[in-house]
Design a protein around this ligand. Sequence first.
Ligand SMILES: [Zn+2]
Length: 453
Amino acid sequence: MRMKLSALGRMARRFPRAHLAISAALALTVVIMALAPESGESHPERTRTLELPKPAPAVATSQPQPEPGHAVTAAEPVPKQPERDWVELEVKSGDTLSTLLQAHGVTAAQVHRLVTGDDKLAELARLRPGDHLNISVDDQGELTALSYHPSRVQTVKAILQDDGQWRVESETRQYQRRTRFAEATIDNSLFLAGHAAGMSDNLTMQLANIFGWDIDFVLDIRNGDRFRVLYEELYLDGEKVGEGNILAAEFWNQGRHLTAYRFQTRSGDTDYFDSQGRSMRKAFIRTPVAFSRISSRFNLGRKHPILNKVRAHRGIDYAAPSGTPIKAAGNGKVIFAGVKGGYGNVLILKHGQRYSTLYAHMRSFAKGMRVGSRVTQGQTIGYVGMSGLATGPHLHYEFRVDGVHRNPQTVELPKAEGVNSNEKPQFLVQTKRMDAQMTLFAEAATLASSNVF
Ligand SMILES: [Zn+2]
């Protein structure tokens, strides 16, 4: 029994006080680090970003880069190659690979052999001013090695082999990722609040996209709405080079509280889900009236039955008895409810940023259907009728993507699958961890703003 005790456990038994002191010191360190103000940046009082000490090392850290001049390291057993002298070239406006290399005695034929030798070298033809190349040329003016960076994280190295072939190696460094936190209360616009919290427009856009199905960021935002975001910043060699993804976000909108978590499924897809693992993206139901039949299909060259002239039919007609309930195809918001010429009583719903649906010839609207009303998928929004130009009771239904009419029968509807049940435990572990991080950040921010120092 005693043999099975861990070293720490034994120590705790022998030195209970020391153990406590160590725990307390560790806890204090975490708190102090969490409260440490960010260097060199100040934020308005209601908004701030903080960096949390990472509880564990980052998932990915940058790989050490072999230095030019040590193309083959001593650790590599074979093949042994001579040390080479590297020359660094900077691409200037008007330079091409040929002109650059020929200025160092490399022949046009060699340049051609190089760029056609390997797919990874094709990028060389697209050098841009400011790019850097490292080359090695031997006494006979023959190019024997070359390395360059197609992107900030990528290094491609080509070495001429004895058989005249190029051996090409490509290496991609991993960004260091740091978790950051931002929170803001909206006074004016989402983007201004994002700016004040130190977020880029790109990040704010990510936030708007995540909640875009539930919140209309043009019409729904009210003063006093607020948000919290946990996101990644990307670093290379200690220098911030950009922002990564939002990991988790909370939004308080007109009294509603929404939460979203980023999660990568085993199939490799990454998406945002609510705390229950439901997709933040909402799917549509294909047919908004039950017990109906299609009486007219989507047809851009149809002859109109009443007007008797060619007039595109940009929707589908579902014939159904007058009074049949019409359902909202997806969660959304009423952006039009009224009479529209030959369409009679029309309701238009907006779903997120890209989609809208239109329901025409209604006998009447369901109770509460006004511009701005929020509807949930499947909710009754009105009743089949024949208002406007119609030969019989039916629903004329249109589906638009980015403002363009699409065939509601065939349009590819956005998937909104939730987290798979067998991945749910892992999802819950991750969301719990993100919640804890968010809480710690938020508490640290509150303490920092209450002038405890
Ligand atoms: Zn129609």
